[in-house]
Design a protein around this ligand. Structure first.
Ligand code: EPU
Length: 299
């Protein structure tokens, strides 16, 4: 276990926003999960699972949060094949593996399933916890087993009957106060490196054209309403012309809030939230549709 005191959320989130937490606790092996209750008692504060911080909007200032991060963040540990059937290979990876590393490993191995997530800066654990998806791919349906820690049950290996998932939603069926995924096994279809690489290339090309991938964002702010597109509704509501402090909605895609860290005005949580609310109200006023937030808020 590694403990780093006073981590800055602005350095751990892709929106580059958020204050200072109590500590970041890196859980590197199964024994570390056994020691976790004592560590949480020692530091106090509210435990929060943190992956790549790519879907997070965090308050500024001193935060009473304990950040729990699975896996060794720095080492280059590779996913492992745990078995196969005729069509697919089963692959176990640390929840803390960054998606770009996992996706390029899949390309080298010629394993298909995660090509849609190319270019997403999150980690595997977070991608499962929110059932991240893009370009026809969703993470949670690929999971065949995972190890999850809850304060109520400790660290356990669970199968798909233990959770439910739908569009941008994943939850364990058994109630728990919070949970942290330690590793997951995925079923990936056998293909060829060339085929996987070309699907990744096609998705990345489309993503570059339609999303502000070089800016500080937290991905899409709102979920798409059923049979509709949040981006189109927000665009039609004129949110691309709204601005508050260092925040604005992307000209490229209206569902992305951009933090302009170079504009000379410090970005604040209040500004970000009030802009999101203004956008939500505009869409509601014009179309009668209540957009639901996809981005997770730690306030
Ligand atoms: N559109 C506009 N104006 C805009 C943005 C989009 O008119 O400013 C229109 C587009 O022209 C298109 C429609 O809205 O007709 C849908 O846009 P797009 O194809 O970009 O897809 P999306 O539904 O906005 C979803 C996911 C993305 C994912 C892409 C690709 C959600 C909320 N978003 O975007 O996921 O990358 O599809 O599969 O489900 C995320 O969840 O963070 C995310 C980025």
């Amino acid at each position: 276990m590694k403990i780093l005191e006073g981590p800055h959320l602005s350095q751990l989130t892709t929106l580059r926003l958020g204050g200072t937490a109590i500590a970041e606790i890196r859980l590197e092996c199964a024994d570390d999960y056994g020691a976790l209750p004592d560590v949480i008692r020692r530091f106090g504060g509210i435990p929060h699972a943190l992956g790549g911080g790519s879907n997070l909007l965090v308050r500024d200032g001193d935060l009473p949060f304990l950040l729990l991060r699975p896996g060794r963040q720095a080492d280059g540990s590779e996913p492992q094949r745990t078995g196969e059937d005729q069509e697919a290979a089963f692959v176990r990876a640390d929840a803390g593996i960054p998606l770009p590393r996992l996706v390029s490993w899949c390309a080298r191995m010629g394993l298909s399933g995660l090509e849609g997530l190319a270019g997403v800066p999150g980690h595997l654990g977070g991608a499962i916890a929110m059932n991240a998806g893009a370009y026809g791919c969703s993470t949670a349906p690929l999971v065949t087993r995972l190890a999850a820690y809850t304060p109520e049950q400790g660290l356990r290996i669970l199968g798909p009957s233990a959770w439910e998932c739908s569009y941008r939603h994943f939850s364990f069926l058994e109630p728990c106060s919070w949970s942290l995924i330690a590793w997951a096994e995925l079923r990936l279809v056998k293909s060829t490196p060339d085929a996987v690489r070309s699907a990744i290339h096609a998705n990345l090309t489309q993503k570059k054209q339609s999303q502000p991938i070089t800016e500080n964002t937290a991905g899409c702010i709102f979920k798409n309403p059923e049979q509709n597109s949040a981006g189109r509704l927000l665009d039609a509501a004129g949110v691309k012309d709204l601005r508050k402090g260092a925040f604005h909605f992307s000209r490229k895609h209206a569902n992305f809030l951009v933090h302009d860290t170079g504009c000379g005005v410090p970005g604040t949580f209040e500004d970000a939230i009030s802009l999101i609310q203004a956008a939500q109200e505009r869409v509601h006023g014009l179309f009668g549709i209540e957009l639901e937030r996809e981005v997770i808020v730690w306030a």
